[in-house]
Design a protein around this ligand. Sequence first.
Ligand SMILES: [Zn+2]
Length: 260
Amino acid sequence: MTMIEVADGVWIRRHPELDLTLGLVVGETGCLVVDTGIDEAFGQAWADAIREVTDLPWTVVLTHAHFDHAFGTAAFGTCFATEGCREALVDTAHKQVSEWSGEFPGIATAPVVLPLRAPFSVDLGGREVLLGHPGPGHTGHDLTVHVPDAGVLFAGDLVEHGAPPQFGDSYPGAWPMALEKMLEAAPKVIVPGHGDPVTPDFVERQRAEITEIVTLCERLNRGEIDIEAAVARSPYPRKTLEEALGRTIRRRPLRRPDGR
Ligand SMILES: [Zn+2]
């Protein structure tokens, strides 16, 4: 694994595991770490890689509570995230371990470090980094990291490159708006939580695809089309569509109180 400098002092580290992408922003007096990885050993390797780039003290932020982004924190110490991320870690850490420890045994013993509430910005010395929550999307608590002077925005799993977006804990109807809000910052480079860095036009396309998924789910829930017709029109595979469908409200046919 190598560190790639995507802009002056803005680094990513790409991983074969889940095609994961972690981030590092270096200022004059401090650095900022975006996500901590899959488990404690993974987090330690990530921390060691950071120390080859800079000795400056770090501030660590988590984009969201999924294990592949958040279970390596013990190697770093304190971390920051949205309040919703903290709640989600409390509520779901156990479930995530039972779902994923077969594939990633290290998460069973990874200490879950609960994040503190993130500030709106972090001064790294000669460089300010803005932390934001553009609204529900991939989860209810996604955090973005914007480096205005470099034109780089870390999107967590709000953006996914190389695979369809993951809808398991998502808010499909709100997701397109979150992406729109994110793009208002006019970043030149967007770093997804998985895959390679992308440009705004990629995010625009993903926003249109997610909007299409939402429309298909609405039509399915209204009984206007069946699942096969929806799969045929879906920009993403069946599994993704079904996951999104499971996260949309199923409207039941209106019925009068007397049953007519
Ligand atoms: Zn995720």
